[in-house]
Design a protein around this ligand. Structure first.
Ligand SMILES: C[S@@+](CC[C@H](N)C(=O)[O-])C[C@H]1O[C@@H](n2cnc3c(N)ncnc32)[C@H](O)[C@@H]1O
Length: 225
């Protein structure tokens, strides 16, 4: 892969990866795993909505923390079969960078082995006994319109809209809606007015929830059944 397309990372003293390209951390400086559970799992009504064949899609794969949090929740819920998870990522991290980031979350790191091993071998489709994941490499503005899937739940996890506006553009959020199953949902940590308006214009019913940590609000969205 072209060197320009790799993640360019520096690290805070607390071990949080920060994108040099976007000037933003990959997850909360507080507790990234708890943030994922609050924003993306609870925000999408998970684990309660899990059922066989459930499909999560994500904008921004990053460290894989959200995938691992979803997989932990899936296992705990005891649903039969594999959780499907598709994530769109333009600037993939190296496996050793992901491992370093995940080391801060022992619960996630404990189940990361198969993912990191496969990722290091160059696999972008990863199957385990409880997971069927695909990481689609490339700019989501190009790759998502070509995707044939429809997700039951979306994790909208670009960097902050002010720093990574292309991942929150109305056109792309319209593609998210077009790739959402009837009754499907989306959640994001962002409460930015432009994001909320774009989701509403795309056809979602948009609602505000209490955010994680110091963030006052976050956004949840549902497509009509
Ligand atoms: C906040 S991080 C995602 C964190 C991740 N979900 C996790 O669990 O670690 C945002 C991600 O979006 C990716 N990204 C930024 N612009 C993109 C684009 N146009 N298309 C696809 N991915 C993009 C970045 O490279 C980065 O990995």
């Amino acid at each position: 892969m072209d060197q320009d397309q790799r993640a360019d990372i520096h690290w805070t003293e607390d071990g949080v990866p920060v994108s040099a390209r976007f000037g933003d951390p990959y997850f909360s400086l507080g507790n990234g795993l708890e943030e994922t559970r609050h924003v993306f799992l609870a925000g999408n009504g998970l684990p309660a909505r899990f059922r066989p064949g459930f499909h999560i899609a994500e904008l921004g794969f990053g460290t894989g923390l959200n995938l691992l949090a979803a997989r932990i929740a899936w296992r705990a819920a005891g649903v039969a079969g594999r959780l499907r998870f598709t994530s769109f990522e333009a600037f993939p991290m190296a496996a050793d960078q992901m491992a370093r980031a995940l080391a801060a979350f022992p619960e996630a790191a404990a189940v990361a082995g198969p993912l990191l091993g496969a990722w290091d071998r160059g696999d972008r489709v990863i199957r385990t006994d409880d997971l069927e994941a695909e990481i689609v490499i490339g700019d989501a503005r190009e790759t998502l319109p070509r995707w044939s899937g429809r997700a039951d739940a979306w994790f909208l996890d670009g960097f902050a809209p002010a720093k990574n506006p292309e991942l929150w553009a109305p056109d792309l959020l319209a593609e998210v809606a077009a790739h959402t199953a009837p009754g499907g949902t989306a959640a994001t940590y962002s409460a930015a007015g432009a994001v909320r308006r774009a989701l509403a214009e795309a056809g979602f019913a948009v609602d505000r929830r209490p955010g994680f940590g110091r963030k006052r609000h976050m956004t949840v969205a549902i497509r009509a059944p």
